[in-house]
Design a binder for this molecule. Sequence first.
Ligand code: FES
Length: 154
Amino acid sequence: AAPNRVTVVFIDRDGDRIETEAKVGDTLLDVAQKHDVELEAKVTFILRDGSRQSVDAKVGDNLLDVILEHDVDIDGFGACEGTLACSTCHLIFSQEDYDKLPSKPTDEELDMLDLAFGLEDTSRLGCQVIVTKDLDGMVVTVPQGVADARSGPL
Ligand code: FES
């Protein structure tokens, strides 16, 4: 391989090996996407009625994308389509998963979260949380109620 290239082998869920040539400086997500390696993490949602729904979320998607793509049925979720103008995509994480999330909330997200229904220390807005491989197996709780910051509590 050229000096600025390395070989990265992905082993997927089925145990298949996918050998790729990666550019130094690329993130693993870049490499996986360039080579059509489907990286997924299992995410389980605990819905308002207490039932659970598990989906294979695409690494790199945010949790709003994941919920829409897999038709997870949460009433009123994602009203502003991820533009940080509502708090309807509020989700609650375990402390362990919360600590593993790839980004800390921005001030804008915190302001919006303040308006969310049932805020917890480990609350985030789903549209701001990017799925990483590290989060495989995470369990996310959908709060009991929804408040849309644009119209006040329902
Ligand atoms: Fe509105 Fe996330 S969908 S803030």
